[in-house]
Design a protein around this ligand. Structure first.
Ligand code: XMP
Length: 337
């Protein structure tokens, strides 16, 4: 499989497109959007079956709610446990959707993802491995099992723009970079949110009646903690970044920031633990202000808050340093991979 990315596509669509007009979602008519997308999904799917994967992020949650409103039982929703999620995430998300009356099946694909990521350190190869595992292996299996002809996913406009511009290959971009999902994976793709940005998705979430714990959730990328591990993704390194994520999310949940995360670097630094030298791991704390993730600035957290987070993070076994990332986007991106 080839995807057209990098210098070529960057030439075709210069960075200027990222700075295009400010977000248009301020005056959007959510009711009309829902009505139009519901009708469109019904028309596209007809009497067939569609599947979708719910990650618990706001995009896939809106997609799931919208899809069920349009397709009812013709849509089968799966939560893919890829081993890259936050602590306790599968159980938490399944419970919320159960309360909403939307059935979700849990799929254990931990071995598939860990196997595909083994030994890979290059960021784009990592993203490619995740895309292949999701779209070819796991969704391919689910399509065969359910007889589905369609896969619905929550790709949004920012994902498309950044991938097409060659910034970063988002895991859920296919046709926009020359991949024909029907030919490549054996199913058609439905993208009801592809004209929206994050702020628009949140408005639709509210209009669909999603609980605030979903509608207001901070963004979390599809490739999950793999985008927050520089270097190889292993079970041990996932455990470290997962523990740091729990601390950061607990500490910053009332910060009002757009997104906050913990990143595990691939470097080590000398430190002292129990009076002895330790060559320990380094966690980066990132907390940003943004409207739609196209541009971002670091949040001015209080020194006290940062010291508290640092103290907790350096209690994680093997971690002896915690750094705060001040870099805006651009030149940085939000995630590290
Ligand atoms: P970056 O790191 O590209 O992130 O500045 C911008 C926003 O997108 C999220 N993100 C992703 N979401 N699939 C997704 O669904 C991806 O591959 C992906 N990569 C980044 C990121 O968390 C941020 O909110």
């Amino acid at each position: 499989m080839r995807w057209h990315h990098g210098a070529e596509s960057a030439k075709r669509l210069p960075h200027d497109c990222l700075k295009s007009e400010p977000t248009k979602e301020k005056n959007m008519d959510c009711k009309r959007f829902i009505k139009e997308q519901t009708a469109e999904l019904k028309k596209e799917v007809g009497k067939s079956i569609a599947i979708n994967a719910l990650s618990g992020g706001v995009d896939s949650s809106v997609c799931t709610a919208l899809g069920h409103r349009a397709l009812g039982r013709q849509l089968k929703t799966f939560f893919i446990d890829n081993s890259l999620m936050r602590e306790g995430e599968p159980q938490r998300v399944l419970k919320i959707f159960k309360r909403m009356g939307i059935p979700v099946q849990l799929v254990d694909a931990r071995k598939d993802f860990l196997g595909a990521l083994k030994g890979i350190t290059d960021p784009e190869q990592k993203r490619q491995a995740i895309t292949d595992t999701f779209y070819r292996k796991v969704f391919g299996r689910l399509v065969r099992k359910t007889g589905a002809k369609f896969l619905m996913h929550g790709t949004i406009l920012t994902d498309i723009e950044e991938t097409v511009a060659g910034i970063k290959r988002q895991h859920n971009i296919l046709s926009q970079i020359g991949i024909d999902p029907k030919k490549e994976y054996g199913y058609q793709v439905l993208e009801p949110l592809k004209t929206l940005r994050k702020d628009g998705v949140r408005k639709v979430a509210k209009a669909l009646g999603l609980p605030a714990e979903l509608a207001k959730r901070i963004p979390f990328p599809g490739p999950a903690l793999a985008t927050r591990i520089v270097g190889e993704v292993t079970e041990a390194r996932l455990k470290t970044v997962r523990a740091a994520t729990t601390i950061v999310e607990e500490e910053l949940k009332n910060s009002g920031a757009f997104q906050y995360l913990a990143v595990l670097l691939n470097d080590y630094a000398t430190g002292i633990r129990k009076g002895r030298r330790e060559f320990g791991q380094i966690i980066v704390l990132r907390c940003i202000e943004s409207v739609d993730a196209r541009e971002a600035t670091a949040t001015r957290l209080s020194w006290q808050k940062m010291e508290r987070i640092c103290a907790r993070i350096t209690q994680i076994p093997g971690v002896n340093r915690c750094l705060y990332d001040l870099t805006p986007k651009p030149p940085a991106t939000v995630e590290y991979v």
